[in-house]
Design a protein around this ligand. Structure first.
Ligand code: ADP
Ligand code: MG
Length: 475
């Protein structure tokens, strides 16, 4: 039976496919062409030098085993690098291997005749600002799923994250967008996903980057005239995690380049994971075409944790730090610090620090002093609940009335004032304000803000409401 390069390579591929992930197979083996088979030497064509280096580094053993199975122990493999033509060359061409080099191919090793012919060829991993990405995903290994405690507030986001970690690029959660206010665990969760992917799929290239750094790198690439390298670099990532994408707002150039990278990754079944402090609906100064991409996958919100979850988080933190605190103190902290998890952790840390510094037991009394101080110092932002309460009291109605669907003028005005001050005094999004003030949508809140501004400048009595309320709300 006469065997051709193609049939031999086909059998090798069957074996390889069984031994690696689908993604790796698609990325690294499907693009290879078997070119010829001569005297036990199989020549394969790979798309770039980078490609060959990657195969050598990660799959040389697998290649050797599969080829030996097919051609016996004297089998040899030769790579032919199809030259990249991104540097101004006209036509891609296939490099001919001089026969003198071909003979040097060792019989023991799967060997490669072409090595570093052009030492100036850029290693796509070397991008200013990030080095050694081959190994370094920029992940923080202290953030894991184990210490990301589950609660009602994060259940969807957490389980979507788990699903993505199991099958990056293989779920409909692509992109996965995690959004929510500060200190609610966005960064923690996306690191946990990245760390778990690295664990389960060690061959995958994972990269964590903040949108801000991404943007800086891009500016630098533009300055140094290597926008293409920048794009190529990001296009070879299997799992790209971009934190705080709201930072891309108002940066059309960076958005544009991100759009192209995103499309490339998405089309090739790579996973994109994003975080933002706002839902896609509320993102401002982000191009529509990019926003619509964000909606392709799943947007999962992180909410403020409820009391139960806050207690779980405190217990876990104390346990990990090996510190014991009386239960009544824990409950006191859990009840009083509700803004976000970062502040919860901050309060616990200062409690521990205080007691070890003063060599005192932590008692409810000492905790009260610290927590009060803590809450006063950090709580510059009033809550939407509080605003609704103050406005309702001012107009002598209860909060339910303020939130009701009625169109009575004075109630509508009270509601609009509550929305106006929520926008002004909190970081909450229009949508989230609307949701909390009687289930209205973001357009209603926007309209309310405009109306209040208009009335305040035309109606004296109304202006007085605004001035009074402003005083009461500024603590
Ligand atoms: P964000 O990126 O949303 O501002 P972070 O991810 O930085 O918030 O989280 C703030 C702090 O809260 C971190 O120390 C993080 O470990 C902790 N944290 C957040 N969510 C959880 C959780 N579900 N369980 C335990 N710790 C959490
Ligand atoms: Mg963060």
């Amino acid at each position: 039976m006469s065997r051709t390069a193609e049939t031999v390579w086909k059998n090798c591929l069957l074996f390889i496919k069984d031994n690696i992930t689908d993604q790796a197979y698609i990325t690294w083996f499907q693009p290879i062409k078997a070119v010829r088979l001569e005297k036990g030497i199989l020549s394969i064509q790979v798309p770039s030098k980078f490609f060959y280096e990657w195969l050598e580094e990660h799959y040389v053993k697998l290649l050797k085993i599969s080829l030996t199975k097919e051609l016996g122990k004297n089998a040899k493999l030769v790579y032919i690098i199809k030259m990249e033509n991104t540097y101004g060359k006209k036509q891609p061409f296939t490099e001919k291997i001089p026969s003198s080099q071909r003979e040097k191919v060792s019989s023991q090793e799967v060997d490669v005749p072409i090595r570093n012919k052009d030492p100036k060829l850029k290693n796509p991993f070397v991008i200013p600002g990030i080095r050694n990405l081959k190994i370094d995903s920029q992940l923080n290994h202290s953030y894991s799923f184990d210490n990301f405690l589950e609660g009602e507030s994060n259940r969807l986001a957490r389980s979507a994250g788990k699903a993505v970690a199991n099958k990056p690029g293989g779920t409909s959660f692509n992109p996965l967008l995690i959004f929510g206010g500060v200190g609610l665990g966005k960064t923690h969760l996306v690191h946990a996903i990245g760390v778990e992917i690295k664990d389960k799929h060690p061959h995958k290239t994972v990269l964590y980057i903040t949108a801000e750094k991404f943007s800086q790198q891009y500016q630098e690439a533009i300055r140094k005239n290597n926008r293409n390298d920048f794009i190529h670099f990001y296009q070879i990532i299997d799992i790209l995690i971009v934190d705080d994408i709201q930072m891309l707002s108002g940066k059309p150039g960076t958005q544009d380049v991100f759009f192209h990278i995103f499309n490339h990754l998405h089309q090739n079944g790579k996973q994109v994971i994003l975080t933002s402090d706002k839902s896609p609906v509320d993102m401002q100064d982000i191009e529509q075409r990019l926003l619509s991409r964000f909606k392709w996958g799943l947007s999962a919100k992180l909410d403020v944790p409820d009391y139960e979850t806050r207690l779980k988080i405190i217990h876990n933190k104390l346990y990990r730090d090996g510190v014991e605190i009386p239960e009544d103190v824990i409950e006191y902290v859990g009840k009083n610090i509700k803004t976000n998890i970062r502040e919860l952790e901050g309060a616990i840390i200062s409690l521990i620090a205080h007691s070890s510094f003063n060599k005192e037991e932590i008692t409810l009394e000492s905790a009260k002093a610290i927590v009060e101080n803590y809450v006063r110092n950090t709580k510059k932002e009033v809550s939407i609940d509080y605003i609704q309460k103050v406005v309702s009291d001012y107009f002598q109605m209860d909060v339910k009335t303020l939130q009701s669907k009625t169109r009575k003028r004075h109630i509508v005005q009270a509601r609009q004032l509550a929305m106006f001050f929520s926008k002004k005094l909190t970081k909450a999004s229009l949508a989230s304000i609307g949701a909390q003030i009687g289930q209205r949508d973001h357009a209603t809140v926007l309209h309310a803000c405009k109306t209040v501004n208009n009335l305040a400048s035309t109606d004296k009595k109304f202006k007085q409401y605004v001035v009074d309320l402003e005083k009461q709300l500024s603590i």
